[in-house]
Design a protein around this ligand. Structure first.
Ligand SMILES: Cc1cc2nc3c(=O)[nH]c(=O)nc-3n(C[C@H](O)[C@H](O)[C@H](O)COP(=O)(O)O)c2cc1C
Length: 160
């Protein structure tokens, strides 16, 4: 199976998760892991599994991630299995912040869900619920165990 993992990352944490996912998929698929800026339209040709991840910034994916998803033609993911992930603060970090923050998170959420919705809108078949991986601070590091959890999540995608 041909798989493509696309990610954006500012401080490197989402990149680490993407690579853990790519490596885990690699045992069963022909996988390429690419930064969003390096994805040319032809990279999507023949892809049977597309995984897209972004840091959550301002409750949503990065503009580069959203831009890529918007450029995928209508029904361009017909027959493609898709999955979405993000990196984000933990619920307890958010609850420790100003009350307005948890209020806004309650309304607007995180990046993975809108990514998943956009992938579905382009015809993709969502094979696993969108997932978030936790950073301990804005620039990281990732919470302990998140790379292993990402590999496990990739395993669930293959089994789905
Ligand atoms: C400008 C900015 C906005 C952010 N907004 C959110 C947010 O809305 N929700 C959240 O959980 N984390 C938020 N974060 C934390 C990021 O999710 C965190 O920096 C990111 O996971 C790091 O990933 P990266 O190393 O791949 O860039 C924000 C960080 C920055 C710098």
């Amino acid at each position: 199976m041909k798989a493509l993992v696309v990610y954006d990352s500012v401080f490197g944490n989402t990149e680490k998760i993407a690579q853990a996912i790519g490596n885990a998929l690699g045992s069963q698929a022909d996988v390429e892991t690419l930064r969003v800026g390096d994805v040319r339209p032809e990279k999507l040709m023949g892809v049977e599994l597309l995984v897209v991840g972004s840091p959550t910034r301002g409750f949503r994916p990065t503009p580069a991630t959203t831009g890529l998803l918007k450029r995928i033609p209508k029904n361009g993911l017909e027959g493609v299995r898709v999955a979405a992930f993000d990196t984000r603060f933990s619920e307890s970090q958010i609850n420790e912040g100003p009350a307005i923050l948890s209020f806004l998170v309650g309304i607007f959420g995180y990046a993975a869900e809108p990514i998943s919705n956009r992938l579905a809108k382009k015809g993709g078949k969502v094979v696993i619920p969108p997932e978030g991986f936790i950073v301990t601070d804005t620039e990281g590091p990732l919470q302990e165990g998140e790379l292993e959890r990402a590999a496990d999540w990739a395993g669930q995608i293959m089994a789905a």
